[in-house]
Design a protein around this ligand. Structure first.
Ligand code: KG4
Ligand code: ZN
Length: 343
């Protein structure tokens, strides 16, 4: 008997990317993103009001593009998955309202998705004909984004236990704030990543916070980095320019060692060998390489998302929506976005 083909439209508007994607079961048909990076870069961070306005302008063209690239019409859709939270309220409202209207107009169900769940499920997206290597349940996932840093025990596609998370800044924020201190453009994570490739990670030593359990803290690192830069620039105004590769490599290496410590602890405690990373910071080359290296040493099966599924995208939302569709887990028209939404 052949598997029924389900077409899901995914919509993601939680922060500064307006994204839409179409999937046929777990197979990706299209993945479209209108980035607002240039709008926010001038301000050195995401401006919520500008984000909502840009989502309003982009949502229809992005959805049309996703349908066009998927080569299907909207009448062939079986369901609509949307990000309910967490994220910026005004940004989420655009996607949630759009999903509600389209669901009413097409008379098809909609599925609410937690953005963080989406990041985890990015590992299950079938991108092309070659079968994707999927982690087996239960697995450990380190979700590292601009807003979150969590160690997760993933028991099933829709059942996740948070083992620990950051007490203050997220790993992505640590990258972005350090980049801002050095005068780099927003978002600074990818910028630091590129410069770090040519630097010496042992050139400077930054503190490793001692946080119990699976918790993280990056605010102390940020403060010590700020003091470090101020002291050096006071003696040598060209310090950043002359040492930027070494500074970036050393800072990045510390952020990675903080993250890897907790992954190793979780793998050992839960005796789990399937270890994944997810979220924007999982695009970081240093983190990807560290995971591969430690994975080889420890005998882990490591799961690293393709770059297009690391940062915010709607394919991961459609993927989560597909699992909910299969379980008839639908949202009603009374649904509202949640700026804070626990996993
Ligand atoms: O998952 P994401 O796109 O959005 C949120 O859900 O927050 O993550 C964005 C974060 C930003 O902090 C950005 O600087 C960081 O991911 N990021 C990186 C890299 N690419 C994106 N950080 C380090 N290295 C990268 N290559
Ligand atoms: Zn995200």
């Amino acid at each position: 008997m052949s598997e029924k083909l389900i077409h899901i439209l995914g919509i993601e508007t939680s922060c500064d990317e307006t994204a839409a994607s179409v999937m046929r079961n777990d197979q990706l048909l299209s993945n479209c993103i209108a980035s607002q990076e240039l709008i926010h870069r001038y301000y050195g961070g995401v401006v919520p009001e500008l984000a909502s306005r840009a989502h309003q302008q982009q949502i229809i063209p992005v959805v049309e593009e996703a349908l066009l690239r998927a080569n299907i019409t909207k009448n062939e859709l079986d369901g609509i998955a949307f990000t309910r939270g967490p994220g910026l309220m005004g940004a989420l409202l655009v996607g949630v309202s759009f999903a509600k209207s389209l669901s009413l107009a097409l008379n098809i169900p909609m599925m609410e998705v937690n953005h963080l769940q989406g990041h985890v499920l990015a590992h299950f997206i079938q991108r092309d004909k070659n079968p994707v290597m999927k982690p087996s349940f239960p697995f450990i996932c380190l979700t590292v984004s601009g807003g979150h840093t969590q160690v997760l025990l993933v028991k099933d596609p829709l059942q996740v236990e948070i083992l620990g998370e950051t007490q203050d800044d997220a790993a992505g924020e640590a990258f972005d704030k350090a980049a801002k201190i050095m005068g780099f453009p927003y978002p600074g994570g990818p910028f630091i990543d590129k410069l770090a490739v040519n630097g010496n990670p042992k050139a400077f030593n930054f503190p490793h916070p001692q946080v119990p359990g699976y918790g993280f803290s990056f605010s102390g690192l940020k403060t010590s980095f700020l003091n470090f830069i101020h002291q050096h620039v006071a003696n040598d105004p060209a310090f950043i320019e002359n040492h930027k590769a070494d500074i970036c490599a050393s800072l990045q290496s510390r952020i990675i060692s903080i993250l890897m410590e907790k992954l190793e602890k979780a793998a050992a405690e839960f005796q789990i060998n399937d270890i994944a990373i997810a979220g924007g910071v999982s695009a970081n080359l240093g983190l990807r390489n560290a995971l591969i290296k430690t994975g080889k040493e420890k005998g882990w099966n490591v799961f690293i998302p393709p770059f297009e599924f690391c940062t915010d995208n709607a394919a991961m939302i459609a993927m989560a929506g597909y699992y909910k569709f299969l379980r008839n887990d639908f949202a009603g028209q009374e649904i509202t976005p949640l700026a804070r939404m626990p996993l």
